[in-house]
Ligand binder design. Structure first.
Ligand SMILES: N[C@@H](CCC(=O)N[C@@H](CS)C(=O)NCC(=O)O)C(=O)O
Length: 201
């Protein structure tokens, strides 16, 4: 399998965590790829018309995207404990948490593009405020979430979102008003798959 990869991408990180947890990492060839929304990338576009990371080309030659689809595909290939729970209440909880983690990431990345890619004279403060309101509101909701030791697609996605905030928004100080979430994050960050995929770049 070939994975369009960046060590800085929190969505790629989710895929790599699922791969590591399932013992599949050796089967994945990482093709380091750089993406910026205002720049064309013809090679990536030929595989993924959305021109985003990650995308995964399977051994059968089909290219899958986006990260939730790739994660679920990889999770179907191994016999280790599944990251996607079977149908039932635990699955809905995990998928809701996955959506919340991805939502934090989507808003944080829109903020980052607005502040680092868009020319200064075109930047829109209300846009940034609106996106960061989503991020902070989601973090506030997570402070009261009871994770009960779960490590699955929901909790790993939230872990990747918090890791991304530390990586790209070091001034945010999200831990200050959210001590339970901070303690939970410290605990899951000790997991080998989380450690091996800490963001770089
Ligand atoms: N929903 C997508 C989001 C992927 C995404 O936005 N990836 C970023 C890199 S971290 C990207 O490719 N950005 C380039 C762009 O938006 O054009 C997923 O979960 O895979």
């Amino acid at each position: 399998m070939k994975l369009r990869y960046s060590p800085a991408s929190p969505y790629v990180r989710q895929v790599m965590i699922v791969a590591l947890e399932g013992g599949l990492a050796e089967r994945i060839e990482k093709l380091t790829t750089s993406v910026v929304p205002v720049k064309a990338n013809d090679a990536l576009q030929a595989e993924n018309p959305l021109v985003k990371l990650p995308s995964l080309t399977t051994d059968a030659g089909e290219t899958l995207y986006d990260s939730p689809v790739i994660c679920e595909y990889l999770d179907s290939l191994h016999r280790a404990p599944r990251m996607f729970p079977d149908p039932g209440p635990a699955r809905w909880t995990a998928l809701r948490r996955q959506a919340l983690g991805d939502g934090i990431l989507d808003a944080a990345i829109l903020t980052r593009y607005e502040t680092t890619v868009r020319p200064k004279e075109l930047q829109w403060a209300e846009w940034v405020d609106g996106q960061m309101r989503k991020v902070r509101g989601a973090l506030d909701a997570l402070e009261d979430e009871r994770f009960d030791g779960a490590f699955d697609i929901g909790t790993l996605t939230i872990g990747c979102a918090l890791g991304y905030l530390d990586f790209r928004f070091p001034g945010e100080d999200w831990r200050k008003a959210r001590p339970k979430l901070a303690a939970w994050f410290a605990e899951i960050s000790r997991r080998p798959s989380m450690k091996a995929t800490e963001p770089r770049g």
